[in-house]
Design a binder for this molecule. Structure first.
Ligand SMILES: Nc1ncnc2c1ncn2[C@@H]1O[C@H](COP(=O)(O)OP(=O)(O)OP(=O)(O)O)[C@@H](O)[C@H]1O
Length: 672
């Protein structure tokens, strides 16, 4: 359908060559407006999202610090926004002084002093009020950020894998990530947007009021006010929000076939991306790619660049419009009116001149205040994100929880393990066309040791993911102890098994917690953690680390150093010596402890042992799943591991997946 509608659009397409780029534009065709992109639509969205803003205010006002400081912040901001009006009033006093001076040829010194003191007081007050604002802003923002950090953390931590990796959910997650990266809190942005709006409106209306009061009786005063402000109005009209997707509104596409440019981009990725660094170094590619990059750059010349900048240079000539010329000339209107009035009544020149200065001053401050409709509209995306934040809590997991407790008898789980049956199971990964498993049936009896052997991509890991309900089968039924897996409570099911994935990862936490989290119920139990580490063959090397079990595998908080960007380790040739501050603070040279592949695997195995070791009958697993547990282990470590596994297994069901027959299959009760 979509293709035929595209084909039927026969409007001519123009081709423009912009440097190395070819731009194709369809004549007279505009991009369809998003249904909600009109100003009215945006206001409607703001209104619709208002309940979430109200909810936000209710929630954050429950935080004691915010309840105390937020009203103070608003009062201070409004007071600050009144200062321009007070300054204007003093300017009016000056104007009146000029008027009196013209009439009586005398200057009242008391008024001059009064005005001078008044203006200085305004400047001091403004400075103090801004200082108070910043003092309040930081703690309020921090409290709000912490409040929502907990909210977002919980919303995210509860998601299952298919939901978490769903592109729609990822999009929803983006906003949270963005705010986290920028270190801002969404709620604070909404509050600031609203209080700024109130302050700007107060500032503008108070200035307008003072201005009319002051120049009401002056010759041509109201006319000059109107002309002065007309330019601000026009400027508002001219400052539309930028269009996402840049470069005008038409339908266009741009490409380049320039071989050097394409190659340079490829070389740049090769040099920049951490994922290529290993091969880059091992292959000694540094010199070669640099010379290739320079050669291509030389052939390309200096005028070839990104499409954005080249298009901008090309389109600058279109920017000169009648409206832009009109807007520029509006700026001159008050001066022209002033000159006309001076020609008509030369005696009033000084007075009119003073009014002119006053009005120009006020209208400039108007422009800097920027109270345009777009400023109100800019609240729309913030409010929409806020709605997102609250609705995110309600995202339903794709793997639906069961209701039945499991197991019925914990003791039998430990004594005799769990049976598993696949009945005609097929599975297709989301967004994949091919089935990873098709019509698979097998049965593993309780307490059996089963080895699944198969080549790369044959579906071994997928079977383990289905048994632990990381995913649900697309077709067929999986039975756990003869009960449909979907009816069992997920938390119970996962507590009843311990699984080591082939592509395991370590958490950016201490080694102690990395192992302990194999069984969250015992995550703080040092003795069990040490025992698990011993069984996994990791204890010896952990104890040799300077921080032992407290070592962070990858410390998520990097030390900060003066003059270095956040998180950057000190380069060898860095000219600043930090040794004194580092020694005093006990800072380590490296925050990351490099572990070998085998050591990493031993740690991961130790984590799995946490659940099979534990003697407490309420927290021990009845089934252990291992996906290629010995891939990075040397033969001795592999032997030790299997020996330990067999010893600790008792009668638990155990499933291994492997590429090859050998050590494992020798002991198997069942080979699939
Ligand atoms: N997360 C995923 N998303 C999409 N497709 C996947 C995903 N994981 C695996 N697949 C695909 O499913 C198929 C089975 O993969 P699986 O990982 O189960 O095989 P395996 O037998 O464990 O392979 P290996 O021995 O290489 O680990 C493969 O074709 C693979 O490309």
């Amino acid at each position: 359908m979509a293709t035929s509608s595209r084909q039927s659009d026969l409007r001519p397409v123009t081709h423009t060559r912009i440097g190395i780029w070819d731009l194709y534009e369809q004549c007279g065709k505009e991009l369809p407006r998003r249904p909600d992109s009109s100003m009215l639509g945006t206001f409607v969205r703001i209104r619709d999202n208002m309940p979430y803003v109200v909810r936000m205010f209710k929630e954050i006002l429950n935080i004691r610090r915010v309840r105390m400081l937020l009203p103070a912040f608003l009062v201070v901001q409004v007071l600050d926004s009144l200062i321009p009006a007070v300054s204007l009033w003093y300017d009016g006093q000056l104007l009146r002084l000029v008027e009196t001076a013209m009439e009586t040829r005398t200057v009242d010194t008391a008024v001059v002093i009064h005005v001078a003191v008044g203006r200085v007081t305004c400047a001091v007050a403004s400075h103090l009020l801004r200082h108070i604002q910043s003092r309040i802003r930081i703690p309020v923002n921090m409290s709000i950020k912490q409040f929502y950090a907990r909210h977002i953390f919980h919303s995210m931590a509860r998601l299952d894998l298919p939901t978490f990796t769903d592109s729609a959910v990822q999009k929803q997650l983006d906003f949270a990530a963005q705010h986290r990266v920028l270190g801002t809190s969404l709620a604070w942005e909404a509050i600031q947007g609203l209080t700024n709006l109130v302050a700007t409106a107060t500032s503008m209306f108070s200035q307008l009021f003072v201005l009319f009061t002051v120049v009401r009786k002056q010759q041509d005063g109201p006319l000059l006010v109107i002309l002065g402000f007309s330019q601000s109005m026009l400027r508002w009209y001219g400052t539309r929000p930028s269009v996402p997707g840049f470069f005008g509104m038409g339908v266009w596409a741009a490409t380049t076939t320039n071989k050097d440019y394409i190659r340079m981009q490829g070389l740049r990725v090769l040099s920049d991306a951490p994922s290529h660094r290993k091969e880059l170094v091992a292959g000694n590619l540094g010199e070669y790619i640099t010379s290739q990059f320079c050669e291509s750059a030389q052939r390309l010349g200096e005028d070839a660049g990104e499409f954005g900048e080249m298009y901008e240079a090309h389109s600058i000539r279109k920017r000169l419009s009648i409206a832009s010329i009109l807007r520029a000339t509006m700026h001159e209107l008050p001066q022209i009116a002033f000159m006309l009035s001076a020609v008509r009544k030369p005696m009033t020149v000084p007075l009119s001149f003073a009014s002119l200065v006053l009005i120009e001053h006020a209208s400039n401050s108007f422009i800097s205040a920027h109270l345009s409709p777009y400023r109100v509209l800019s609240l729309a995306p913030i409010f929409a994100d806020l709605r997102n934040l609250y609705e995110f809590k309600n995202v339903q997991n794709k793997v639906v929880d069961g209701t039945e407790p499991f197991p019925e008898n914990q003791q039998s789980l430990i004594d005799s393990g769990i049976s598993i049956e696949f009945r005609n199971v097929s599975f297709q990964y989301p967004d994949k066309e091919r089935c990873a498993l098709r019509n698979v049936s097998f049965r593993i009896e309780a307490s059996q040791l089963c080895v699944i052997v198969g080549g790369n991509g044959s579906g071994k890991s997928t079977i383990l993911k289905l048994i632990s309900r990381i995913y649900d089968a697309t077709e067929g039924t999986i039975l756990i102890d003869n009960r449909d897996i979907k009816t069992l409570r997920l938390a119970d099911l996962r507590a009843a098994m311990s699984i080591l994935f082939q592509d395991y990862t370590h958490f950016p936490l201490s080694i102690r917690e990395n192992i302990g989290l194999g069984n969250p119920g015992f995550a703080q139990d040092d003795d069990k953690i040490r025992e698990a580490a011993k069984m996994g063959g990791a204890r010896d090397f952990i104890e040799e680390l300077p921080d032992g079990f407290n070592t962070y595998i990858d410390n998520p908080v990097k030390d900060r150093y003066a003059g270095l960007p956040e998180g950057l380790a000190i380069p060898d040739d860095w000219p600043i010596d930090y040794s004194s501050v580092r020694n005093m603070g006990g800072l380590r040279t490296s925050t990351v402890s490099g572990l070998s592949g085998g050591q990493n695997q031993r740690l991961a195995v130790s984590r799995t042992f946490m659940r099979s070791l534990v003697t407490d009958k309420n927290s021990s697993a009845g089934m252990l799943l291992f996906d290629e547990p010995s891939a990075s282990l040397d033969p001795t470590a592999e032997d030790d591991l299997f020996e330990n596994l067999r010893k600790s297994r008792g009668n638990k069901t155990m499933i291994f997946s492997t590429h090859r027959f050998g050590n494992l299959t020798r002991h198997a009760d069942l080979i699939l």
